[in-house]
Design a protein around this ligand. Structure first.
Ligand code: PBG
Length: 337
């Protein structure tokens, strides 16, 4: 971090000298994009040899496990270090108590086992939250007043995280924003002997409209019926609250923290990375992806350049890793500069 930026007067200082040629631009470049930073999300569905398009996210598909394994293999071959799985639960499996979330034979649990046996070195990250399993599309259990109840939800999240660990998940990602869940999951993992299962805490998750396309992709939009998540996700007007969330999650045993959404929240990424200096990820969310796709599809921006510029911005702000629907594309672009 530069505290004082000094320079002599013109013409001793001509910034354009260093900018003149590619060699000197390269020598002074502080941040660049690498495949090492990429996490590729995948939507998983039941069935064999089936895919479905996600209409709000052009180019993104839902995959049955057999095809997902092939996709994961391709991601690994391109150099992507890790994937994160989002199950699309059939409506018939959604309940008030969300039992399906911790079924050892559930969709993500089967997907984890299949991926880890086919591509063992690929990092498999899971999403710990109840929205794919709840009849109301909320991330937790609901009481009769429509309020999402914290401690009862945490108990279910712990069972869910344990079932992911048993299936072989390398890293569990609580995205629910309940209080105390990171500590509860950490204790349960330790007690069960999963001492190396990492926790990627969605520590600073804002109540954002940019999750809209994702909710269509996983099918929770219909269950939510227009309801919001303001009682547990952070108000977009706040900054200090995000730092307090991160401080607590680190104390409770998070190995990596995540800020979500991404680009509109780079001030938060910057503050968190400079305050805590912990492994930090940002989530380039579905709405950010769809906005880029729409502009690129209309010929308004060059897709590849726009995406790479966004990724550079994530790096500059202090993100070590970025979860992005463009991960496979970026890895491909980096291998053909
Ligand atoms: C739910 C979850 C959401 C996302 C990841 N996990 C949506 C939500 O909180 O409603 C959003 C990801 C995206 O928009 O790409 N636990």
């Amino acid at each position: 971090m530069t505290d004082s930026i000094t320079h002599g007067p013109f013409p001793a200082t001509r910034f354009r000298r260093m900018r003149k040629d590619a060699f000197s631009r390269r020598l002074m470049r502080e941040h660049s994009v690498s495949t090492d930073m990429l996490i590729q999300p995948y939507f998983v569905i039941e069935g064999d040899n089936v895919t479905e398009d996600v209409s709000a996210m052009p180019g993104v598909k839902r995959w049955s496990i057999d095809l997902l394994v092939e996709q994961c293999h391709a991601s690994f071959e391109r150099g992507v270090p890790a994937v994160v799985l989002f199950p699309v639960t059939p409506d018939s499996a959604k309940t008030a108590a969300c039992e399906n979330a911790y079924d050892d034979d559930g969709l993500p649990q089967r997907a984890i086992r299949a991926i880890k046996s086919a591509v063992p070195e690929l990092g498999v990250i899971t999403d710990v939250a109840l929205d794919p399993y709840s009849i109301h599309g909320q991330d937790g259990l609901m009481n009769s007043n429509g309020y999402i109840i914290n401690d009862e939800t945490v108990a279910v999240l712990v069972k869910q995280a344990l079932s992911h660990a048993r299936a072989g998940a390398d890293m569990v990602g609580p995205s629910d924003m309940m209080d105390g869940r990171v500590g509860a999951i950490r204790t349960a993992l330790e007690d069960a002997g999963f001492i190396n299962t990492r926790i990627l805490a969605y520590a600073a998750k804002y109540a954002s409209c940019l999750y809209g396309p994702f909710r269509e992709a996983v099918g929770s939009a219909a269950n939510l019926q227009g309801a919001d998540k303001y009682s547990y996700q952070i108000d977009p007007g706040n900054t200090d609250e995000a730092l307090r969330e991160v401080a607590l999650d680190i104390e409770e045993g998070a190995d990596m923290v995540m800020i979500k959404p991404g680009l509109p929240y780079l001030d938060i990424v910057y503050r968190i990375k400079s305050t805590f200096g912990v492994p930090t990820a940002a989530y380039h969310v579905s709405g950010e992806y769809s906005m880029l796709k729409a502009a690129a599809g209309n010929g308004w921006v060059d897709e590849r350049q726009a995406v790479m510029e966004c990724m550079t911005a994530f790096k500059r702000a202090g993100s070590d890793a970025v979860l992005t629907y463009y991960a496979n594309d970026i890895a491909e672009w980096l291998s053909h500069p």
